[in-house]
Design a protein around this ligand. Sequence first.
Ligand code: ZN
Length: 397
Amino acid sequence: MLTAIIEDGKSISLLDDEVRKYIHEWRNDYKFFCSACGSKLVVKLGAKRIWHFAHETTSYCEAQAEGESDYHLTGKKQLYEYFISKGYDATLEPYLHNLKQRPDILLQRKNSIAVEFQCATVPRTRIIERTRGYQTAHIRPLWILGEKRLKRISASLFRIPTFDWTFLFPYQREPTLLYYCPHSYHLLILSHITPFSSQTTLAHLSIKPLQTKTDNSIPFKQEKSIYQLWLLEKKKWRSRAGMFHSPLQHRFATLLYEQGIHLSYLPAEVGVPIPSLYMIETSAMMWQAWIWLTFIKPLPLGSVIHLNKVIDQFKRALQSGLFKVRQLPMYPTTHYSIAIKEYLELLTRLSYLQKKNECIFQKIQAFNQCNNIEQAFHYDQEVMGKINKLNNNVSTF
Ligand SMILES: [Zn+2]
């Protein structure tokens, strides 16, 4: 912690010049207490680490259940100083009695914002509880992750662990994650987050240096568009699908095999990007293949598909452990059924289905059959080209 309560009930901050000047004397004259649990704190004024307070005993503190690394303390200090420099009414580590929570920084605006710099992995339930706590108090949580958590595979390809997905939030209507690096003073903005699988995610990265005067972020050099990257990932997926299987892929491979279909030769219309892909953890290749196999492929042309039936069966597949959806506390009203509907709507725009009403779709064209991998690559390119064209008119994809 960077703040403590002294005996007269006043809060002091180690970022305050006056406090820094006298703290060596004060440590002999005063006792310091935690604003949350009230237990005694010791002040650490070493040369190696940033000056901070720590609980004297290892007693459990609800507001400080995780240790604070120097990385975390430094980042918190810099972010606080940044908000102050921008003229925000910012408070460092205020203890919110009604919530029993202590955000790293609280910004008072028309609506309050609780800024949390999260560096360590803790049980996800704790993050969900803290987020909900803020939401019920009408405080907007702004989670910023430690930059060292970000695993880059290439300029636009990332590995986002399950824990980090918990912090996904809508920024300018795009699913976004924020990271901060206290070494470089860089805020990293990961936007257009499009998971290809549970392991690989395509996204745009831009960087905002907090020390410069300009408020603009600089887009990180994109080697390829998300559309091109998706095609490349799909090509890799097809090439590898025959070689090794995750337990889920194995279940699917068996399911497909019974119908005489090889995993690598799934139609190009299966495994396509849609805006709400982030809601479902299972790869698009798998859940879209399941929709095709269960609801579209067996139907003769002209038959209808009921959206509610698809959603209902998907729910059962979830309960049986076939699929996984993401827990996204910053999207309290979203539901995986939106992603399912988007997929059927995309197939409508690609002229495979016709929308009869909000809940009924009619099959009007069968998917292209792939007989070998070269043909599959070719169809992928064709279908992705069409999707890209459709989306260029309406969105940023
Ligand atoms: Zn405490």
